[in-house]
Design a binder for this molecule. Structure first.
Ligand SMILES: *Cc1c(COP(=O)(O)O)cnc(C)c1O
Length: 364
């Protein structure tokens, strides 16, 4: 007997395809923008404290609205804790924002290219997706956002996979021209020169989402939060799971956010590694886009040969044969020639550069 039909819009939905997550060791894993260094030791300490003795703390439900995490985020950003919503990763928050603000007749907007999860989340709510082309001059145009007619527009800033960041003044001007909710997805903002965390307290239609996955080396923990303008947190609480973050994640994330020294040091090291990666690939003749995130998009090319999707595919396969994982985005002309390479630890960057040099020279 065939299975019973799902909802029509779910029958036609395709699941998000995450980057490969090999479960064995031995890979130089530069494909999903994880942090190359271990997280703040305070995160593990917080978990150990909760599990002390017989772990009886796990018997009880945690704070329903993840108060420890919201309060730590409030301290970090000087934003009212009541206007912060915690999520099981920031993907959870993107989903809640779409559930609450989009649906049939209320489209989801995004720049093209940007994060390919948004269309999947929109599809699950029966919301149409409207795309504005990534501006060729790198300048954000509020009129282009408004012209999409989106009820909620996701601005990945810095952009993934391009690495380009729009400045807060540009984002503020765009928000003023747009009447829907502008969500600035700041998954990579910790690595950028500036961020938009101050905007939600000034602008009624701007929310900012953050994740601890990239900035705080805690992708395995699943914790993120949204800085909301007045009134929005209340709406998101209506549609979230009543206990959307577990006890360990709430406390570990709070401890990590409170460790500002760790973040400053880790970001400095990631930026230094990013500069070395960009410089090394550029020296091989690869076309490297300037990046404000913890990855670079670079188009491989061999001397005398043009960049092309085929060259990107060839370099990808070559790197994989050397057990180096990077990511390809063949679906858009701005990214089809490129490889997105996460910024690794110094030894990983050197392994990547050595393999890239061999591919470029046609060795191996
Ligand atoms: C990684 C990423 C996220 C989601 O991170 P979580 O692990 O779910 O917190 C959100 N947006 C963008 C653009 C990302 O790259």
């Amino acid at each position: 007997m065939p299975r019973p039909p799902a909802n029509p819009h779910i029958e036609n939905l395709r699941a998000y395809v995450p980057g490969e997550q090999p479960q064995g060791g031995g890979w130089v894993k530069l494909n999903t923008n994880e942090h190359p260094f271990p997280p703040s030791p305070r995160a593990a300490e917080a978990i150990r404290r909760l599990l002390e003795g017989d772990a009886a703390r796990l018997r009880l439900y945690p704070s329903p609205d993840a108060a420890p995490l919201r309060e730590a985020a409030a301290r970090l950003h000087g934003h009212p804790a009541a206007d912060i919503v915690a999520g099981n990763g920031s993907d959870d928050l993107l989903n809640l924002l779409i559930r609450a603000f989009a649906g049939p007749g209320r489209p989801v907007g995004m720049l093209d290219p940007s994060y390919s999860l948004y269309p999947v989340l929109a599809g699950a709510q029966g919301a149409e997706v409207v795309r504005a082309p990534f501006p060729v001059d790198g300048r954000l145009d509020g009129r282009a956002l408004a012209a999409t007619g989106a009820a909620v527009f996701f601005l990945t800033n810095p952009n993934a996979p391009l690495g380009h960041a729009f400045g807060p003044a540009e984002v503020e001007a765009a928000a003023a021209a747009f009447s829907g909710l502008l969500v600035v997805d700041e998954a990579y903002a910790a690595f950028a020169d500036a961020d938009c965390a101050a905007l939600p307290s000034r602008l009624p239609n701007v929310a900012v989402t953050r994740t601890l996955s990239k900035s705080h080396a805690l992708a395995g923990l699943r914790a993120g939060y949204a800085l909301c303008p007045p009134g929005v947190a209340d709406v998101l609480h209506r549609v979230r799971d009543s206990y959307n973050l577990d006890l360990l994640a709430q406390h570990a994330a709070a401890a990590a956010l409170d460790d500002r020294g760790w973040l400053d040091d880790a970001c400095r090291r990631v930026r230094a590694s990013r500069a070395r990666l960009a410089e090394g690939l550029g020296a091989l003749g690869w076309a490297v886009r300037p990046s404000q995130a913890n990855f670079v998009l670079a188009a491989p090319c061999r001397p005398g040969e043009p960049r092309s999707p085929a060259a990107s595919e060839s370099a990808f396969a070559f790197l994989r044969s050397r057990r180096i994982l990077v990511r390809r985005f063949p679906g858009h002309p701005l990214t089809a020639d490129g490889l997105r390479v996460s910024v690794g630890a110094p030894a990983e960057v050197e392994a990547m550069l050595a393999a890239a040099a061999d591919w470029t020279a046609g060795r191996g």
